[in-house]
Design a binder for this molecule. Structure first.
Ligand code: GTP
Ligand code: MG
Length: 204
């Protein structure tokens, strides 16, 4: 369980992020998929990350410190139709640099809307992470919005698509910011990686 989460800093430049001495977990996915809401749910802190019904709310790399031990990062979403080409280019540059160069990044959580069939833009992003050796886990969001069977079907479709290009399916979790589904599982996954980070840094 997360006890205390606090906002640290917002950036467009990965080099200005907090010192990479603590393990870091970033949340990314299509605009409006529920990144900020999920962060708040995990942190037990409603107003921590800013949420909105309007896509494109999160624009920067936002760092939060959790229990003095790890960083949680809220990233701006991709695939927001109303964004200009140049703004999209800026987003890509900022995110690519952050994801490929941030040395303490333990895992990227790619959020996928559990209500939808596999979306090309999500698959492309996940493939890009794979090609760049970025460790990821999938978080299927908004599971409260439909029947369990429907969620299961969409999850299976997405994983099947991934297995067309990956040797094995990634870790994944089914979540809801509304009902807190998945909270314990995701928190445990993070805790496990945090331990590993500190064990490795002691050895290294
Ligand atoms: P950007 O910052 O714009 O990229 O969006 P985001 O991915 O951070 O999404 P955000 O958390 O702001 O949520 C978008 C909308 O979805 C808000 O209206 C939320 O209330 C709603 N929402 C998010 N998660 C859930 C969920 O698990 N269940 C339901 N029912 N609604 C959700
Ligand atoms: Mg957001």
């Amino acid at each position: 369980m997360i006890k205390k989460a606090k906002f640290l800093i917002s950036n467009t430049d990965y080099t200005k992020c907090p010192p990479p001495t603590k393990p870091e977990f970033a949340f990314i996915g299509r605009s409006n998929v529920g990144k900020s809401s999920l962060i708040n749910m995990l942190a037990n802190h409603k107003g921590l990350a800013k949420t909105s019904g309007t896509p494109g709310k999160t624009q920067l790399i936002n760092h939060f410190e959790v229990d003095g031990r790890w960083y949680m990062v809220d990233l701006p979403g991709y695939g927001f139709a109303k964004v200009s080409k140049s703004a999209r280019g800026e987003w890509e540059k900022m995110i690519r640099q952050y994801l490929t160069l941030r040395e303490n990044l333990e895992a990227v959580f790619v959020l996928i809307d559990s209500r939808l069939n596999p979306q090309q833009i999500d698959l492309e992003f996940v493939y890009w992470c794979g090609q760049n050796g970025i460790p990821l886990a999938l978080l299927f969001t908004k599971a409260d919005k439909q029947a369990k069977s429907k969620t299961q079907l969409n999850v299976k479709k997405f994983l099947d698509k991934m297995l067309e290009l990956f040797e094995e399916a990634p870790d994944y979790f089914i979540t809801s910011a509304e009902t807190s589904q998945g909270k314990e599982e995701v928190t445990e996954y993070i805790a496990h990686h945090v331990e590993e980070f500190y064990q490795n840094s002691r050895q290294g």
